[in-house]
Design a binder for this molecule. Structure first.
Ligand SMILES: C[S@@+](CC[C@H](N)C(=O)[O-])C[C@H]1O[C@@H](n2cnc3c(N)ncnc32)[C@H](O)[C@@H]1O
Length: 231
């Protein structure tokens, strides 16, 4: 699998901080209980999402991979004594498997070979396991389509995918496919949003166009429990 350009690790800390509110929205939206599970984070960067899962969701153990080697070094250092492991890689390491749940946040748009990725995650999950993948960079998202057009060459990005294409690719790999809008609440407003003067467009992006795809591997071995609803 080839890999697109990714920016320097020095910019990754700010990016991961900026993503925190989306990670909370992902956890609000998913429909399984993560307590006691073995979790894979695809494109984990500095490991911030896995640290959140270890600290707040009582996962049993977490594994993250990412081709950004400097970010992976940071992830290892920041993990402390949490039950987390990291690898610098473009695909799940062969020795990793048996996951109950996998996640990715804004990684699918960077992958040249979605079919190979879908097959690799299918193998890495237990039967009955679930892959939750968030995708805002897709063809029906006007802000992201413009961003993609500006960056496709410098970042060696693949063509912009449609959500339909992504869903069909995972369906063909054997997954049951479902989709949800993210349960996003307040969205931090940054200087970038203010200078662009497109605040409502950004709200529309986060509320309506950034989609959580759920790819379920058929079977029951994972034994995942539905998330308890707070009342
Ligand atoms: C937009 S960032 C998202 C990072 C992280 N998921 C987050 O929420 O902050 C995309 C990440 O995907 C990684 N990436 C690029 N190609 C990849 C591949 N083939 N497999 C896994 N991750 C990849 C990049 O290095 C980068 O860390």
């Amino acid at each position: 699998m080839t890999t697109s350009y990714w920016r320097s690790a020095s910019e990754d800390e700010a990016m991961q901080d900026a993503h925190r509110f989306v990670w909370h929205a992902m956890l609000e939206t998913i429909d399984v209980d993560l307590a006691g599970t073995r979790v894979l984070d695809v494109g984990c960067n500095r490991g911030g999402f896995l640290r959140l899962l270890a600290d707040d969701c009582a996962i049993h153990e977490g594994f993250g991979y990412d081709p950004a080697a400097a970010a992976i070094e940071d992830a290892r250092r920041l993990a402390g004594h949490r039950p987390l492991r990291f690898a610098s890689a473009t695909a799940p390491p062969a020795a990793w498997g048996g996951f109950d749940v996998a996640f990715s946040h804004e990684v699918l748009y960077l992958l040249d070979d979605l079919s190979a990725h879908a097959a690799a995650i299918f193998r890495a999950l237990k039967p009955g396991g679930v892959y939750y993948a968030v995708m805002g960079v897709h063809a029906a998202s006007p802000l992201m389509a413009a961003w993609h057009e500006q960056n496709v060459e410098t970042m060696s990005l693949p063509p912009l995918y449609t959500l339909d294409h992504v869903a069909a690719t995972f369906h063909d790999a054997g997954f049951e496919v479902a989709a949800s809008r993210l349960c996003v609440r307040f969205i931090p407003i940054t200087a970038r949003h203010l200078t662009e003067g497109r605040l409502l467009d950004w709200l529309d992006y986060y509320y309506n166009q950034k989609i959580l795809l759920r790819f379920s591997r058929p079977g029951s071995a994972a034994g995942l429990q539905p998330k308890r609803i707070r009342r």
